[in-house]
Design a protein around this ligand. Structure first.
Ligand SMILES: NC(=O)c1ccc[n+]([C@@H]2O[C@H](COP(=O)([O-])OP(=O)(O)OC[C@H]3O[C@@H](n4cnc5c(N)ncnc54)[C@H](O)[C@@H]3O)[C@@H](O)[C@H]2O)c1
Length: 322
C-alpha cells in the first residue's frame, strides 16, 4: 500500500515515517493488513530518509497540481501533518489560512477523486478549545478557539468529518496535546518554551520561560503521540460513531512541576538555567488552552497517556543525550 505523509520532514512526520517503515504494514480500506510498499513524504523541506520504499517530494501542500500528482490514484492512506504552527499562524494570517486551511481542502478534494476512499489522519490540536474552560474539558465541549491556528484546525476537523460522512474519505481528526520534548531549536509555536525549558538547560544553554510556574500544560511525548497516530489509523471507522474528532491522551503538568522534574532528573545546576521572564503575548495564547481534556474514547480504542513527566524527560535524555 502507498502512504502519503504531508509535513513528513517535520518533527512528528519524520518520526511517523520511521515508525511506519519499522512496522512494515498497516490496515488498508479492505480491513486487511497490507505491506507498506511506498511512503511519499511531501514537505517544503526535503526530508532525509534513506529507504527504498520512501520518495521525498519538496513542494507546497497548497499546490493542487502537486497534490494531485503526489496522491495519484493509488494512495491508500494519508497522514496530513503539514501546517504552520500556532505562533506563526497568528503572526502571518494569510500564510496560516493557506497552509492550515486551503491546503486541507485541496488535499481532501484529491482524496475524493481516488477510486477507493482512503484513510486520512488529520493532526488537529487542543488549540481548538478556548474561552472559559473547565479543568477537564469534556469530549463534546463547544469549540471556541482563540487563535487563527485553532480556528483553522476546527475547520479542518469539520471537513474531515463531513468528507467521511459523505464516504469520500475514512477520516480521523486527532487533537494533539503539546508535544514535549521537541529536539532541535526553538520554533514559532506559542508552546515552544515547553520543550525549550527542558532541552536548552540539558544542552548547557539558558532557556526563557515566558509563563508563570503555576501555568498548567497538557502534554504528550513524541513517542506516545506517534503511536497514537498509528493506533487511530488502525481503529475501524465504526468505533468513531458520530464524530471523527478524537482527543488524544496526555498528562497535565504545571510549568513549575516541569522545572522541578528537570532538577530531580538532571540536577540543580541544569534546572537553574531556566530564566523566568513573563511574555504577555505568549501567556495570553497559552492561558486559552485546556489544562486537561477528557480522553475516554481514545483510551477505549487502546491509546494510553505517558506514565508521567519524569518518564518523558528520561526518554528524551536517552534519545538525545545517550
Ligand atoms: N508538536 C506539537 O506540539 C503539536 C501540537 C498540536 C498539534 N500539532 C500538529 O501536528 C502536526 C505536526 O506538527 P510538528 O510538531 O511535527 O510540526 P513541524 O513544524 O515540525 O512540521 C510541520 C511540517 O509541515 C511543513 N510545512 C509547512 N508548510 C508547508 C507547506 N506549505 N507545504 C508542505 N509542507 C509544509 C513544515 O516544513 C514542517 O516540516 C501539525 O499539523 C501541527 O499543527 C503539533
Amino acid at each position: 500500500m502507498k502512504i502519503v505523509i504531508t509535513g513528513g520532514a517535520g518533527f512528528l512526520g519524520l518520526r511517523l515515517a520511521k515508525e511506519l517503515l519499522a512496522r512494515g504494514s498497516l490496515t488498508a480500506s479492505s480491513g486487511r493488513a497490507e505491506a507498506i510498499s511506498r511512503i511519499v513524504i511531501l514537505d517544503v523541506v526535503r526530508a532525509m530518509l534513506d529507504d527504498p520504499r520512501v520518495r521525498c517530494v519538496a513542494g507546497d501542500v497548497a499546490d493542487p497540481t502537486l497534490i494531485a500528482e503526489v496522491i495519484g490514484d493509488d494512495t491508500a492512506t494519508i497522514f496530513h501533518l503539514a501546517a504552520v504552527v500556532s505562533g506563526q499562524a497568528e503572526a502571518e494570517f494569510d500564510l496560516g489560512m493557506r497552509v492550515n486551511l486551503d491546503a486541507t481542502r485541496i488535499l481532501l478534494e484529491a482524496c475524493r477523486k481516488l477510486p477507493v476512499a482512503p484513510r486520512v489522519v488529520f493532526t488537529s490540536s487542543c488549540a481548538v478549545f478556548g474561552g472559559a474552560l473547565p479543568a477537564l474539558v469534556p469530549e463534546t465541549w463547544n469549540l471556541q478557539p482563540q487563535t487563527s491556528y485553532g480556528t483553522q484546525k476546527v475547520i479542518g476537523e469539520l471537513l474531515v468529518n463531513d468528507y467521511s460522512r459523505k464516504g469520500f474519505i475514512d477520516g480521523r481528526a486527532l487533537r494533539l496535546p503539546t508535544i514535549c520534548v521537541r529536539p532541535g531549536i526553538p520554533n514559532l509555536a506559542a508552546s515552544s518554551f515547553a520543550s525549550g525549558i527542558i532541552r536548552e538547560p540539558l544542552a548547557g544553554v539558558e532557556a526563557i520561560c515566558p509563563v508563570g510556574p503555576e501555568t498548567p500544560m497538557w502534554l504528550s511525548s513524541p513517542r506516545a503521540v506517534v503511536g497514537h497516530f498509528i493506533a487511530a489509523h488502525e481503529v475501524p471507522a465504526a468505533a468513531f460513531g458520530a464524530s471523527r474528532s478524537l482527543n488524544l491522551p496526555g498528562i497535565t503538568v504545571s510549568v513549575g512541576e516541569m522545572a522541578a522534574t528537570l532538577e530531580r532528573v538532571a540536577g540543580r545546576e541544569v534546572a537553574s538555567r531556566i530564566r523566568w521572564e513573563p511574555d504577555a503575548r505568549i501567556a495570553k495564547i497559552v492561558s486559552g488552552w485546556p489544562a486537561g481534556v477528557e480522553t475516554a474514547r481514545a483510551r477505549e480504542m487502546g491509546m494510553q497517556a505517558d506514565a508521567g513527566f519524569e518518564e518523558i524527560v528520561r526518554a528524551y535524555i536517552a534519545d538525545e543525550h545517550p
